[in-house]
Design a protein around this ligand. Structure first.
Ligand code: FES
Length: 406
């Protein structure tokens, strides 16, 4: 049978320890690389390669949804489910025998199943003899890796522009682990690829954020990542609890998202749960640019993500202009996206609503793109002018010396 395994290229490895400290490896003790690929995705220096090997492996007995089955040893629970005919998806789907696994790095917990009575991540947990697996997670509180809360003086793309100028803390934010994108210049990769921190339930996170709101006297309560939306159950329960704890009108429950899975029914559910401030970041107009920025190699998937994000923007404008403060995120670095494309994005958005807020992030060197040169503030101000010139009234640009807005 053929198996995947990951090998380290010694001449590329910087011995930074990221793959063993931030990203845990469960292969030790199993006797095989389980082929989960989490270290492959997380390595900042691309020092890992995937190999496909033909091997004979012992079969072990496990129980899945009440049925005893045999699977090869040394693989992940997710792979075992796939071999047993379960449909493993990256873009969320609902249905029988479907497991959604969007990050594959053990960080988002969306792929969690019940293993020997406990919720555990199927994408990185290896199968073991006698293991009992249930894909029915009803009755289990969802989990997620959470960083923060921390107070923030600027906020994200959805933070209203007039608040950004206050010169004091305006939000408390948490950042959740796991992302469905593979941006080579990931600006927050220590959170995105963290699968070692103890996860929290939505209630625990909401309580903590509420405590910090009081401590810092702010009204903005933000969640960013990673990508918050890829664990839907966790996120909806989080907003419900956060709204219950913060019922006042001043509370701004802010979701900062890439928009890739924000379908209309999901947006409806989040608004119903209490979310009243959403930032959506389509990042690009053309799929080739989007693939370059996000590192998504599957063109069909990239198209779906890009279209879903733009549709999310339009849907919020059309249906929730009065209930949700929307901020749209663009990104800029001339190595990744042209000015012409940014202008076309601006024109598209202005044709829908010229008053919608746009925040342009200046991508700086990070993660696998340490070669990038951060655009100077003057260049970002030129981008701002281009977007203002197409009719957008509220454009903010992030620069190395602060944010410039209306
Ligand atoms: S897909 Fe398994 S933790 Fe995200």
């Amino acid at each position: 049978m053929r198996f995947l395994r990951v090998r380290t290229l010694p001449d590329r490895c910087h011995r930074c320890g990221f793959c063993t400290s931030v990203n845990i490896c469960y292969s030790a003790g199993v006797g095989y690389c389980t082929g989960c690929l989490s270290c492959y995705w997380a390595c900042p220096y691309e020092a890992k390669v995937i190999e496909e090997v033909e091997e004979e492996r012992k079969l072990i007995r496990i129980e899945v949804d009440g049925v005893e089955v045999q699977v090869p040893e040394g693989i992940t629970v997710l792979r075992a489910l796939e071999l047993l005919g379960y449909r493993v998806t990256v873009f969320p789907e609902r249905g029988e025998k479907v497991v959604n696994a969007p990050c594959r790095t053990g960080s988002c917990w969306a792929c969690a199943v019940v293993i020997n009575g406990e919720l555990e991540r199927s994408c990185i947990t290896p199968v073991r003899e006698g293991m009992k697996v249930s894909t029915d997670v009803k009755g289990k509180e969802p989990l997620r890796v959470v960083h923060g809360p921390q107070p923030h003086p600027v906020g994200g793309k959805g933070t209203p522009w007039w608040e950004k100028r206050k010169g004091r803390y305006i939000e408390v934010a948490i950042w959740v682990g796991g992302c469905n994108l593979r941006c080579p210049q990931c600006q927050n990769y220590f959170v995105t690829y963290d699968n070692t921190s103890t996860p929290m339930t939505p209630k625990e996170a909401a309580r903590l954020v509420t405590y910090y709101r009081r401590k810092y006297g702010v009204n903005g309560l933000a969640i960013s990542g990673g990508e918050p939306t890829i664990n839907r159950k966790w996120l909806v329960e989080y907003f419900r609890e956060l709204r219950r704890l913060n019922p006042d009108k001043k509370a701004r429950l802010h979701l900062d998202s890439n928009g890739t899975v924000l379908t209309p029914d999901y947006i409806d559910e989040l608004v119903e749960a209490g979310c009243n401030n959403i930032g959506v970041e389509p990042k690009a107009l053309y799929v080739d640019t989007y693939m370059r920025i996000t590192g998504i190699a599957d063109r069909e998937l990239a198209e779906k993500y890009l279209q879903t994000a733009w549709n999310a923007v339009k849907y919020i404008i059309d249906h929730y202009r009065d209930r949700v403060y929307l901020g749209v995120g663009f990104v800029y670095n001339s190595a990744l996206i042209s000015r012409e494309e940014i202008v076309k994005m601006g024109e598209k958005l202005a044709s829908w609503d010229p008053e919608v807020q746009v925040c342009v992030l200046d991508y700086f060197p990070a993660f696998r793109r340490r070669d990038l040169v951060r655009p100077p503030p003057s260049e970002m101000l030129e981008i701002k002018k281009l977007l203002n010139d197409v009719g957008l009234k509220y454009v903010i640009v992030q620069t190395s010396i602060g944010h410039f807005g209306p």
